[in-house]
Structure formats: structure tokens, C-alpha cells
Design a protein. Structure first.
Length: 79
């Protein structure tokens, strides 16, 4: 008898390193977190991760359903 696949908690993390204005930015999505960055980079990262999340939902998938190659292909299709 095979054991059922255990689900892992998987989240995407986006970090902006161009944080110079002293403003602490944190955004939490359903399957991602975005930390720091300038207003522009924080917004860009957030939009990208939201597109990934939306694409997964449209396909009826979760992050841990994909292997690294499949995830890479998904991201490339969005970019």
C-alpha cells in the first residue's frame, strides 16, 4: 500500500533590494509574500507573483503541484 503524498506548505517570496526611502513595504498574497523594495520594484514583484498565482488557479494547480522545471515554464510563459 502506498502512502498518500503529503502536502507541503509552499510560498513564493519576493524581496526588493532597492529600499532607500526608509518605508517598510510588506504585501501578503494567498501564496506569496513581497518584502521591502522601492515603491516601483515592490509593485512589479507583487504583480508578477499575483500573475503566477492567478495562472495556477486558472489551471486548478497549487505551487507544490509543480516540479522546478514546470514552475520555470509557467514563469516563462508569463514573462
Amino acid at each position: 500500500m502506498t502512502e498518500p503524498k503529503s502536502k507541503r506548505i509552499v510560498r513564493l517570496l519576493g524581496v526588493g533590494f532597492d529600499w532607500e526611502d526608509g518605508h517598510v513595504r510588506m504585501t501578503k498574497g494567498e501564496s506569496y509574500d513581497v518584502l521591502m523594495g522601492s515603491h516601483e520594484s515592490h509593485e512589479y514583484i507583487q504583480q508578477l507573483l499575483q500573475k503566477i498565482e492567478d495562472e495556477l488557479k486558472a489551471k486548478g494547480l497549487m505551487l507544490d503541484d509543480l516540479n522546478p522545471e514546470e514552475f520555470s515554464e509557467l514563469v516563462q510563459s508569463i514573462l
